[in-house]
Design a protein around this ligand. Structure first.
Ligand code: ADE
Length: 253
């Protein structure tokens, strides 16, 4: 049996539409986490929901690596846009990830992960390129249909853009403009902030497993970050996640 691609998300609502598209679905539960495997577009895949934050994400991806030996890991879901021009509804693909709340100074420079010796962990280039192509194909294909009935006042699906750049992760939901601004002043290249990607990046880099992260921008990490959050996930992020993942698997093997 070929190794599956692992696709993880923090919340059930972000990834659940993938499950609905699987053939030969199998389900396992261990230590409170549910792993669903099957075939998507004829290719083996395993999905899991990590829960919020770096510890939950690291534990989940480590368990997935042990149990399923995936060839690649993809983490998907929503994020707050902090880069200029990164708007609600846009897609951010991480080319590198940083843990913005990690600080082992003065032993190591701020943000540097000691086991890796770097602050910014690079996503796998090939997988990220494949993901970028899949995102473009999805936006030009099924996306319009998926968004037909979406009526979110803050979101204009016609202008959806794909950005590639740094993503920052930390154990905090950023919902104050001042905090978002201070994060960007410390890490100027960051386009989006979320709570799991860089932890998955650390575990995968330590295990030499290629990984990639993409996010739908649900908010601008400011005082209105919680407005329509769940509606955005249900109506936009979930179909976008499933659409891009399906397109990725169609193109991979
Ligand atoms: N995920 C989605 N929006 C976020 C935000 N503003 N901060 C952290 N994680 C998020």
């Amino acid at each position: 049996m070929t190794s599956p691609i692992a696709v993880l998300s923090a919340m059930e609502q972000e990834g659940h539409l993938i499950e609905a598209r699987l053939d030969e679905l199998r389900e396992e539960t261990s230590f409170g986490r549910r792993y669903v495997s099957g075939l998507l577009a004829g290719n083996p895949i395993v999905t899991a929901v990590s829960g919020f934050g770096k510890a939950a994400a690291a534990a989940t991806v480590a368990a997935v690596l042990e149990r399923y030996s995936p060839s690649h890991v993809v983490f998907a879901g929503v994020a707050g846009g902090v880069g200029s021009g990164v708007e609600i509804g846009d897609i951010v693909i991480a080319d590198r990830l940083v843990q913005h709340d990690f600080d082992a100074s003065p032993i190591f420079q701020r943000f540097v992960i000691p086991s890796l010796g770097v602050a910014q962990i690079r996503a796998d280039e090939q997988l990220t390129a494949a993901l970028t192509a899949a995102a473009h194909d999805y936006l030009q294909g099924r996306y319009r249909k998926d968004m037909e009935r979406v009526e979110l006042a803050v979101f204009d699906s016609v202008r959806t853009r794909i950005h590639t750049g740094a993503v920052a992760s930390g154990d905090r939901f950023v919902s104050h403009e001042a905090e978002a601004r201070s994060l960007v002043s410390e890490l100027p290249s960051v386009l989006a902030v979320e709570m799991e990607g860089a932890a998955v990046a650390q575990v995968c880099a330590e295990a030499s497993v290629p990984f990639a992260v993409f996010r739908s921008i649900s908010d601008r990490a400011d005082e209105s970050a919680d407005v329509d959050f769940l509606a955005f996930i249900a109506e936009v992020a979930a179909p976008v996640t499933a659409g891009i993942v399906e397109q990725l698997l169609r193109g991979l093997r």
